[in-house]
Design a binder for this molecule. Structure first.
Ligand SMILES: C[S@@+](CC[C@H](N)C(=O)[O-])C[C@H]1O[C@@H](n2cnc3c(N)ncnc32)[C@H](O)[C@@H]1O
Length: 242
């Protein structure tokens, strides 16, 4: 048994590489984490990618995603426990399959960036390869026609959870992901930050806002709330620059 972990970009069927399509076509069985009805549009986007790029009726097995402990406490331990639980759920399914099968995992964006699939599949003890995908960071930069780094300078990619610590440590050119609370609100008021924000990038509902953080934050909050009300979910990424 072997697995292909395939980066599928932001969900638009055109935003997948030729190499990724070739890998998808080698797969016998796709395993997808079933995250419930709150992500209906995302499940549809994934189905559309398979419909467009894989001939016939590919076999897709939905694996119920284990609950993650979101109570305050040791975040790192909670995430590792969740990876173990996910691996156990996949193992149960793999035990029912022909041992010569090629398994496929569809990964949003790029598997190397803030995604657990590589860590979970490592726990399964099967041979696997990884095909890169277009990440939300690349989509954000392209949508705003941005170069992410200043000339010769560094760029920090971080999460909403870690943003303020990174800024306090001196980061001044920062891409922020996984920030359901718009942590950048804490930086409003000192007049020194600009923001390039993008939500649901690569989809028909893509939204972009850019300018001084102090001026833009109200519009970002409003657009974010509207997307969430319309779709039940919103995914956003932003560049903050001082
Ligand atoms: C679990 S991470 C997955 C990142 C993914 N592996 C990648 O390469 O973009 C989820 C975060 O990615 C960002 N993201 C994913 N898809 C996005 C999209 N279509 N538009 C904007 N941000 C997106 C958001 O910051 C979201 O909280």
């Amino acid at each position: 048994m072997r697995a292909h972990l395939v980066g599928i970009g932001g969900g638009h069927p055109d935003q997948i590489t030729v190499q990724a399509v070739a890998k998808l076509r080698e797969v016998d069985v796709f395993l997808v984490a079933d995250k419930g009805s709150s992500v209906g549009d995302l499940a549809q986007a994934r189905a559309e990618i398979l419909r467009r790029h894989v001939p016939g009726e590919p076999t897709v097995i939905q694996v119920p995603d284990p609950e993650r402990d979101r109570k305050p406490g040791d975040y790192g331990t909670a995430v590792l426990d969740w990876h173990d639980a996910r691996a156990r759920a996949y193992e149960e399914v793999l035990a029912q399959l022909d041992p010569s099968s090629t398994i496929g995992f569809l990964v949003w964006g790029d598997p190397a960036l803030y995604d657990s699939t590589i860590r979970v599949v490592e726990r399964l003890g099967i041979d696997f390869d990884v095909t890169p995908g277009i990440s939300s960071v690349s989509m954000l930069a392209a949508a705003h026609r941005l170069v992410l780094n200043r000339i010769g300078g560094p760029i920090v990619i971080t999460t909403g959870r870690a943003l303020l610590d990174d800024v306090n440590a001196g980061a001044d050119n920062v891409v922020v992901m996984l920030d359901g609370h718009l942590t950048c609100r804490s930086l409003v008021g000192d007049g020194r930050w600009s923001i390039h924000w993008g939500a649901n990038l690569g989809t028909d509902d893509e939204q972009l806002v850019a300018g001084p953080l102090d001026d833009c934050i109200g519009e970002i909050e409003q657009v974010r709330a509207q997307l969430k009300a319309e779709h039940g979910w919103v995914m956003d990424t932003y560049l903050l620059r001082r």
